[in-house]
Design a protein around this ligand. Structure first.
Ligand SMILES: Nc1ncnc2c1ncn2[C@@H]1O[C@H](COP(=O)(O)OP(=O)(O)OP(=O)(O)O)[C@@H](O)[C@H]1O
Ligand SMILES: [Mg+2]
Length: 226
């Protein structure tokens, strides 16, 4: 099966006024559809940077990132944005839901941004609300939800456009361990149920051990597999 995500010698340098930080250095790997890849390493090693590049939120300083078999370096910003909205879903530690929108509206938001027809948007959002066990919460707003429920909404939002890649950056970092476990179970099922490639940045060894593969980062460099 084709590689959905490819990094070829990717380097990311953040240039500050006085200092430059090498957040990633010569990182190469690829991931196929339906594969789960965990990204581990100490704070500051470059996990979030790697996910941002994988999600076309940011561009590498050098090297190439291919998403959906398409090289991103030649894409204009507008094209990159369209690719991100249609093919990438993000799940963050702090949920990042829109406080003024209901559960159903938060889930439908990426479809609205991608410009899908209103009927399809509503149907897809309701399908996900039900699937994620949020039916009784569909008209609630994020502040009325538990952390676990908020993260389920974020997963629904990530899934709504039927993405190729789900990027989860410490998705259980703000949840108690039992709730975190159920969120991990939910995420772990997605590669099979939805055919997505799951990239999971985590400090949790047990969570990482469930992945098909673990990328160990240290000071921006991939460590050899053990
Ligand atoms: N926008 C930025 N400008 C400058 N430096 C940055 C920026 N974003 C990240 N960095 C630096 O790049 C390095 C990698 O950061 P990154 O956020 O990717 O680490 P991380 O592995 O996700 O850490 P954590 O586990 O704490 O979330 C760090 O040294 C960080 O300070
Ligand atoms: Mg991080």
């Amino acid at each position: 099966m084709a590689d959905i995500l490819v990094f070829e010698g990717v380097t990311k340098r953040y240039d500050g006024a006085e200092t430059a930080v090498m957040a990633l250095e010569d990182v190469s790997f690829s991931a196929r559809a339906g594969e789960t890849v965990a990204v581990m390493g100490p704070s500051g090693c470059g996990k979030s940077t790697l996910l941002h590049l994988a999600g076309a939120i940011d561009r590498p300083t050098s090297g190439r990132v291919l998403i959906d078999s398409r090289p991103t370096e030649a894409m204009r910003d507008a094209e990159l944005t369209r690719l991100r909205r249609r093919r990438i879903g993000f799940v963050f530690q702090f949920f990042h839901l829109l406080p003024t929108l209901t559960v159903e509206e938060n889930i439908a938001l990426p479809l609205l941004l991608a410009g899908g027809p209103a009927d399809d948007r509503g149907a897809r959002a309701r399908e996900l609300v039900e699937r994620l066990g949020l039916s009784a919460r569909a008209r609630h707003r994020p502040h009325q939800l538990s952390g676990g429920e908020q993260q389920r909404v974020a997963i629904g939002r990530a899934l709504a456009p039927r993405p190729a890649i789900i990027l989860a950056d410490e998705p259980t970092g703000n949840l108690d361990s039992a709730t975190g476990r159920s969120i991990l179970d939910l995420l772990a099922a997605l590669p099979k149920s939805d055919g997505v490639t799951l990239l999971l940045a985590t400090h949790d060894r047990e969570a990482a051990s469930r992945a098909d593969r673990i990328l160990h980062l240290k000071d921006g460099r991939l460590q050899p597999a053990d």
